[in-house]
Design a binder for this molecule. Structure first.
Ligand SMILES: [Zn+2]
Length: 108
């Protein structure tokens, strides 16, 4: 078990690292989408691909949203109730838009 440092001194670095992570993820997903949308001429693959393309597009939207919130300074706050999303959660899911209870309501 490790206690995460939450002092302000680390904020800037944390932000920079997060931005780099999200940007990297954005590039990865964009490359993936390009690959997926490339026509292989195999109709059997088209169906499987459609789901993957949709999932990749959704990921891209989430990443873009996170980067936008980061730039706007609203990153890390739940979009639904405004509560600060726990850093542990953001570490696992950097593009999380909701706190855990709101996310559960969203899914339910
Ligand atoms: Zn919430």
């Amino acid at each position: 078990m490790s206690e995460r440092m939450s002092t302000g001194t680390h904020d800037r670095q944390w932000r920079t690292e997060l931005e780099a992570t999200l940007t990297h993820e954005f590039n990865t997903q964009t490359a993936r989408l390009t690959e997926l949308t490339a026509d292989t001429g195999d109709p059997a693959e088209a169906h499987t691909k459609a789901a993957l393309i949709a999932a990749t597009r959704q990921s891209l939207e989430q990443i873009t949203g996170a980067l936008r919130r980061l730039a706007a300074g609203s990153y890390g706050s739940c979009e639904r109730c405004g509560t600060a999303i726990p850093p542990e959660r953001l570490e696992i899911l950097p593009h999380a838009r909701f706190c855990v209870p709101c996310q559960q309501k969203q899914n339910g």
